[in-house]
Ligand binder design. Structure first.
Ligand code: DX5
Ligand code: ZN
Length: 215
């Protein structure tokens, strides 16, 4: 069970300090948005390169961008431990996963809430993680969509059938009151933005989420 706090809810004027606040987490989730794939803009490669230099924990880059085939490998080359592309935006996901591996990162495919998993099941052959979005991508602090849990179960069943060490990440509205249902459905990597950075003690919030996910 891994906790990946999202720095979307961090103070963008104090990113180094706010990475230190989550040093006990498994990775730092970095939301890259381009104003095209989602109606919001956050940060891009130069900032990720800078974060990589100072982060006490690995970076997990979630690219909510158009044309990930073109842009995603550079995030792997910058040193991100895992790079997530949206399946709705990728032209050739197999080739992209291969490029990410060649650049030294784990490859992850993300599904928006309206995107079914079944048409993409064969891609379990080439990805290391599937991100099931539990909000519409674009903004932190939205309400958890419990109607995505059947998709988490479906992905977990497919992974069991095929074997292999593929993780399932959930992202959006994950908190102390929703994380247990995610774990029960089969998720094992939990992104939490407002639930961690909104807490007075981020380390305590991370511990609590990890305990709930494991129980
Ligand atoms: C939403 C982002 C999330 C976001 C989650 O598009 O992908 O990572 O930061 O924030 P919370 O945990 O506040 O829903
Ligand atoms: Zn995210």
């Amino acid at each position: 069970m891994q906790i990946a706090p999202s720095i979307l809810s961090a103070d963008f004027a104090n990113l180094e300090r706010d990475l230190q606040r989550i040093a006990t987490a498994d990775s730092a989730h970095v939301d890259v948005m381009d104003y095209h794939f989602v109606p919001n803009l956050t940060l891009g490669l130069p900032v990720v390169e800078a974060l990589q230099r100072v982060s006490p924990i690995p970076l997990d880059c979630h690219l909510m961008i158009d044309d990930p085939d073109r842009w995603a490998p550079a995030y792997a080359e910058a040193g991100a431990e895992s790079v997530t592309f949206h399946i709705e935006a990728a032209r050739d996901p197999r080739a992209l996963a291969k490029d990410l591996h060649a650049a030294g990162a784990r490859a992850c495919m993300a599904l928006k809430p309206g995107t079914p998993f079944a048409p993409y099941e064969d891609l379990l052959e080439v990805v290391d993680m599937v991100l099931v979005m539990t909000v519409e991508p674009g903004f932190g602090g939205q309400s958890f969509m419990a109607d995505q849990l059947p998709k988490v179960r479906e992905v977990r069943e497919a992974i069991k059938r095929r074997g292999g060490e593929i993780r399932i990440q959930v992202d959006g509205g994950v908190s102390a009151s929703t994380i247990e249902q995610c774990a029960e459905a089969g998720a094992d990597v939990f992104v939490a933005g407002s639930a961690v950075y909104g807490a007075d003690d981020a380390a305590a919030a991370i511990d609590q989420l990890r305990d709930l996910a494991t129980s």
